[in-house]
Each structure stands twice: as structure tokens, then as C-alpha cells.
Design a protein around this ligand. Sequence first.
Ligand SMILES: [Cu+2]
Length: 177
Amino acid sequence: MKKIFSYSAIALAGLIMVSCGSGDKKSESTVDHSNHNTEAPAMESATTEAAPASATSNTVTVESNDQMKYNVSELKVKAGEPVSLTLKHVGTMKKEVMGHNLVILKTGTDVAAFTELALKAKDSEYIPTSQDIIAHTKLIGGGEEDKIEFTLEPGTYDFICTFPGHSGIMKGKIIAE
Ligand SMILES: [Cu+2]
């Protein structure tokens, strides 16, 4: 009895090994096949929209969306002349959920501290009373837009969206020269 049992156990082990072996071969060929597909990264970068080269212009439009993003991170404007900036929300979400604004801050502003201050200013749609603000749009929701005008001295200025949780991603710089 014992001998028969152990014999069948060995036979079983052999069967398992055989099936494992063929299984390995299959997965090997699968891996090998995918390794030939090396063109994927190149195609990805080719289809990715290149960030528009920031030409100097004092009439600018910045788009914001439901993915919590601006479409630009850098703007170049002519210093000493009025800038007309339009913020558009190209998404569909309401401003209570995915509201956006664009706040331009004086050079040297502590952005983190300003953001903290803005968080507490819900009653004024996250625009705090602050000397650091040069100009700001109102808070807008999907399909809305707001236009502001301001003039900058030569320098580099931070802009952010002060809706809670947005400024980490929704930020950029305006270079006036
Ligand atoms: Cu926002």
C-alpha cells in the first residue's frame, strides 16, 4: 500500500513539473513578444500636445478644466503696458466643486502662507484681504470665464488658483519684461 501510494505521488509530481515546464515556455514567449514593442514611448511623446511656446503678448487666455489644471504654466507679457487676461473654465463642473480663479501675486510673496490665508476666505470665494494680490479673477465654474486687466513692472510673478487644494497643481509664472 505504502509503495503504491508513494509511486503515484512521484508520478503526480512529475506531471506537475511537466505542466509547469510548458507553462514557463508560454509565458516566456509572451514576454519576448512584448519586448519587441519598443516604439510605444516614442509614439506617446509624439502625440502629446507640446506646451505652446510662450510668445510675449498682453492679450492672454488661460484655460482651466475639470482635471484641476491650467493649460499654461508660464506667460510672458510686456512690462508697463496693460495686460488683458481671460480665464476660461472649459469643463462642466460647478464652481462649488471644481471652481477656479487666477490670482497674481507680488514678487516675493510667500505662496504657501498666502494659500493658507486664502483657505480661510471662503466667504469671499477664497480671495483673502491681502497686500500681496496684484490682480485676480472671480471664481468660475464650468463654461464660465472672467477677464481682468492689470499692468506689471518688470519681474516674475506667481499666479495660482486659490480654490482649496488646487494651488499645488494650478500654478504658474508671469514674466514681465
Ligand atoms: Cu482651481
